[in-house]
Design a protein around this ligand. Structure first.
Ligand SMILES: [Zn+2]
Length: 632
């Protein structure tokens, strides 16, 4: 009854007596110890058995969690440990994650009395990071430098595990590629955006899928820790979960270096899934306990791979993908790409890329080396040798651009049955490439009879083909946006501006690949009045071609009277409008790719997209007579 009362208080923020409740309620406790735990531990099974069998888990106790506390409405959370120690955490980051997951990260304010602006405002030895899916929680906890995991075990069952870091697998001992120094030297710092969103795809193996009761929850929590580490370190990167790909991969009998090499070079289905998810980086979650992880040295798209056993090493291994290295020693270019450790005084620590201290243990804190931050007056890096935060910021644009962002890519969702029924799969389409459907992301589909296409860009052609391309359905034309094909074998509706071509009949559910390629044409829609009123017609213009409007079959009406136009599928070339005697010419050119609008040929303020410029001589005054592309 007492428990129920306190819950009512928590939920009753809007009730009249809520202030009374808050006044008399202590900070809510995330979990309490379960009474039944001794009985269950005598016959451990499933994940509990895995937890108890791990030598790095020095103490495992069952707990009752309060999932509803993981919410944006909870500003403070307390925990009590088995030894009676308590800690209270203030909300630092709340995240509403895809698929209904929620993340809560809390810190304890620093007790250090320092006036330095660089001093951390949080105590880095205290950390609470929980992700929730329904009634299930997974979390990483640090109290006074001691690490704990909150693990979801089975329905209604959670465990608190205290970690003996000395018994974790070694950090990583994979040999650095010989070319690292040279490769790193060639990386030019660049940051074009204020903040980078980098998409990461997790890959699970047969073994890691079997290990975790809820891999999605566990992996979201691991990524939350990476994001918090970036934020703490003043690195302007947010990692976004591109997806989780379940590979049919058997780890057994394979050495760690083979796991990493396989995912990097040899798993074709992983490469296809990465393309289909536009995943800048790939991390294969494994169970091999010889190492905590391994990462290829970047930054390069080909080296954007890690293999990870200890999820707490994910940020470290991703650091390698950016070309970061362990502790100082040996010449590097630039010199500041090392982790940092401080092994003096009462508060030793190490940053993410650093090895353990020698002689005694120093807690690994959720920071990369950064001399502009300090902990108890000690700078957390050096300008010369230890400033991983700087190097990550200098390289984030490189990694961010391994793939285009989803906003700039077309996407296809394929359905097993007509009218969008049955199993489905979805993937982004790479321009100018053949996307196989059957091998990776769409392998669970036995047939494919309908599709939805999003973000189609005019000037391209999308084709759905069978394996030997003896049959296909292609769509192209002056259309930008989404469309649906509710049956590949029927003349069902699609946007009128799109033309369909058909090869072979029927398709009969046998689409196995999709191509998305530039069609070559740019389209110009002409309107009789400004602001795109009274449409006249649409003309298609190939590169190097000129269309004379009065004689053009595509525009049978008298169109020497347009006042506004939309250009669709512009591809970084040049489009020019000229009048009849060619004395007046308006040209639009630049690197921009996509659609743009000319709301009135003669207005001074067109608000053209970035990367596009207008050169106009004379007023067009509704006398556009010829349109050319790539020629003047
Ligand atoms: Zn390492």
């Amino acid at each position: 009854m007492k428990q129920m009362l306190s819950k009512t208080c928590l939920m009753g923020a809007g009730l009249l007596f809520s202030s009374l409740c808050y006044a008399s309620s202590p900070t809510p406790q995330l979990f309490s110890f379960e009474q039944r735990h001794s009985a269950l531990q005598t016959k451990p099974a499933g994940y509990m058995r895995t937890l108890l069998g791990d030598p790095a888990n020095k103490d495992v106790v069952l707990v009752d969690v309060k999932p509803a506390l993981i919410s944006n409405d909870t500003s403070t959370l307390a925990i009590t440990l088995p030894d009676g120690k308590t800690a209270t955490f203030n909300l630092e980051t709340y995240s509403a994650l895809p698929e209904g997951l929620e993340g809560w990260v809390g810190y304890k304010p620093s007790a250090v009395k320092s006036k330095s602006a660089s001093e951390l405002k949080f105590d880095p030895l205290y950390y609470l990071s929980i992700v929730r899916q329904g009634d299930q929680l997974v979390g990483e906890i640090m109290v006074d430098g001691q690490r704990y995991r909150l693990e979801y075990v089975s329905p209604g069952q959670h465990a608190l595990v205290s970690i003996d870091e000395a018994k974790l697998a070694p950090l990583d001992a994979l040999p650095e590629a010989k070319a690292v120094a040279a490769q790193v030297a060639s990386v030019q710092p660049q940051a074009t955006s204020e903040h980078s969103t980098i998409r990461l795809m997790f890959v699970t193996t047969q073994q890691s899928r079997a290990k975790y009761p809820n891999p999605r929850l566990t992996l979201n929590q691991a990524l939350q820790d990476v994001n918090q580490t970036m934020k703490n370190s003043k690195v302007n990167i947010t990692f976004e979960l591109a997806g989780i790909y379940d590979a049919n991969y058997d780890e057994s009998g394979k050495e760690y270096s083979k796991l990493l090499n396989d995912v990097t070079y040899y798993m074709k289905d992983v490469a296809q899934a990465r393309d289909g998810m536009l995943a800048d980086l790939v991390s294969m979650i494994v169970v091999n306990n010889a190492l905590c992880g391994g990462g290829k040295f970047g930054p390069s798209k080909a080296a954007g791979f890690t293999a990870v056993t200890c999820l707490s090493s994910l940020a470290h291994e991703i650091g390698h993908n950016f070309g970061m290295v362990h502790n100082s020693g040996g010449a590097r270019t630039p010199s500041y790409i090392h982790g940092y450790r401080w092994n003096q005084g009462l508060l030793p620590f190490r940053t993410q890329m650093s090895y353990e201290c020698t002689g005694r243990s120093c807690p690994r804190i959720a920071y990369f080396s950064n001399p502009r931050l300090s902990y108890a007056g000690v700078p957390m890096g050096t300008v010369k040798d230890n400033d991983v935060a700087r190097a990550l910021n200098e390289r984030r644009s490189i990694v961010e651009n391994f793939y285009p962002s989803p906003a700039n890519a077309a996407k296809i969702t394929l359905f097993e049955q007509s009218r969008f029924q049955g199993k489905r799969c979805e993937m982004y389409l790479q321009k100018g490439s053949v996307t196989p459907l059957k091998d990776s992301l769409c392998r669970s589909l036995t047939t494919s009879r309908s599709a939805k296409i999003e973000n189609f860009q005019a000037g391209n052609t999308v084709c759905l083909r069978n394996t030997d391309d003896s049959r296909n359905r292609c769509f192209t034309g002056a259309y930008t946006g989404d469309f649906e094909i509710n049956n590949f074998d029927l003349d069902s509706a699609w946007p009128g501006e799109l033309k369909r071509s058909v090869k072979g009949w029927p398709m009969n559910g046998s689409v196995t690949q999709v191509t998305y390629e530039k069609a070559g044409d740019t389209f110009v829609r002409l309107y009789a009045q400004e602001d795109f009123k009274r449409p006249l017609c649409t003309v298609a213009i190939g590169e190097g071609k000129t269309v004379t409007l009065n004689t053009e079959g595509q525009c049978p009406s008298n169109v020497g009277r347009s006042r506004s136009a939309q250009v669709l599928g512009f591809d970084g070339s040049q489009v020019c409008f000229t009048n009849a005697d060619a004395k007046r010419m308006h040209c639009y050119s630049g690197q921009y790719q996509g659609d743009f609008s000319i709301r009135n040929y003669d207005t001074s303020n067109l608000n053209l997209p970035k990367g596009l410029a207008a050169t106009r001589s004379g007023y067009m005054n509704s006398n556009a007579y010829r349109i050319s592309k790539g020629v003047e």
